[in-house]
Design a protein around this ligand. Sequence first.
Ligand SMILES: [Fe+2]
Ligand SMILES: [Fe+2]
Length: 282
Amino acid sequence: MTNSQDAVGGDTADDLLPEDPMAGMEMPEGGAKAAGDRQPKMVEGSALKMYKRDDPDMPPEFRDFMVKLLKYSHVENNGNPHYRDVLADIAEPGMRHAPDGRSLMIEAEILRQEVGHGEIVANIIRSLGEDPYHDKRVGQYAFFIDKDSWCDVSWFHMLIDRVGLYVGIEWMGSTYEPLAKVADQLEKEEYFHATAGFRYLKKLMREPENRNEVQEKLYKWWPAALDMFGRSDSKNSAKYVKWGIKAKTNEQLRQQYIADTVPLLQELELDVPDHTSNRQFL
Ligand SMILES: [Fe+2]
Ligand SMILES: [Fe+2]
């Protein structure tokens, strides 16, 4: 047999296709609950009334609250031109610093999903009869911290994308059906991003020359991640609870995140920073 397949040493053309970037990093069966202590616990389903798209019974206050949440405080929104800066700041260092082809593919897949999240949110804002266009920077400062190395990219996924998991879990309890419906997908994809970050860091820690940088950069990213949950005395919390978006206060969610994430930092054999130092919101 003298065909071209033999010439490249493969049995089929499939051998040349790259592996699915998400392979081995899917959310465990049964969602976050099945992942044990490493995952935030599911929020109990809301007993409040569920509103469908164009629901004539939807109170104006509820509609305004959803717009405020998605358009004016959630970073992912393709209708906001500033979200492109966030996407570009993930894409650029990811493409530049990824150490091998597989991590390049993972970075490209993460970016594709983040663009998808922006489209989902823009569409949900439209479903409320609101134009998603908003020409102001939205989102926590963690999204705008420089990522100068692969180590920064890794910490961004490990810690900042991980916060997205908790947003997904909160949204599962949403009383706006279109939002509740996408929460599961968002949570699964953010789990993939956070897991990718953890695996990148594990690999970096295997090389002794990287260990200092990994530890130093943890001091940079840890307070930013904890600040993402907002102020402990936030006055908006009651409204979130009223409309079924949040079952926990900012501080409860932050403590949950700390309890779930510290064992991963210990597995990386890192010193865990003080939870209050260098924080901007307490
Ligand atoms: Fe996302
Ligand atoms: Fe993400």
